[in-house]
Design a binder for this molecule. Structure first.
Ligand code: SF4
Length: 63
């Protein structure tokens, strides 16, 4: 499972980081979240949970 974030849409709320910090992190410079390079949430599925919880639906998941 691979995640990406629509940078235009992200409002930097931090919800995805709270749910899945193995994959997402907040970037100080932009105030938005990004996917940690090379990160893959694999079987844990927490990136999917984060995508469902994102208030602006900015997280795109490719299975
Ligand atoms: S949950 Fe969505 S809006 Fe909030 S920081 Fe993550 S990607 Fe951005």
């Amino acid at each position: 499972m691979k995640a990406s974030i629509d940078q235009e849409a992200c409002i930097g709320c931090g919800e995805c980081v709270a749910l899945c910090d193995a994959v997402f992190r907040l970037v100080d410079e932009t105030g938005k979240a990004e996917v940690i390079p090379g990160a893959d949430c694999g079987a844990a599925g927490c990136c999917k949970e984060a995508a469902e919880s994102c208030p602006v639906a900015a997280i795109i998941i490719e299975e």
